[in-house]
Ligand binder design. Sequence first.
Ligand SMILES: [Zn+2]
Ligand SMILES: [Zn+2]
Length: 136
Amino acid sequence: MKISVSRVPDEGLREQATYDPTALDMARFDIRLDQACTVDVVITKADQELVVNTAIHCPLRPTCARCLEEFASSVETRAVFTYHVQPTDVVDITDDIRQEVILGYPMIPVCRPDCKGLCLVCGQNLNAGACQHHTS
Ligand SMILES: [Zn+2]
Ligand SMILES: [Zn+2]
């Protein structure tokens, strides 16, 4: 999303942007993105500062580190970006949004807190049922 400083009125500007995650190169080896990220933006300017308040919603498809099943999750975060600008500048906030989403990724994705994972012997997904190595 690009913001023309000259287009921002004194009272501020409210916008919504949609990002195609495949174009943003945000995937991680264990996180797939298959839906658009939406970003609500409130832009204000003061002197030579452009202040961009963002509310980011980005659906994710992480792979559980325990059972290796893909599950639905999302990054929900708010961030404020401040840019030093000249009146004729055009500010591209895309890379800051991208950084913010990546910061919001789970360190180790787990499909649910009590995920039982896989049997280390036979590979059975223990959420689906016990194997002969796990009788309980
Ligand atoms: Zn799991
Ligand atoms: Zn087993």
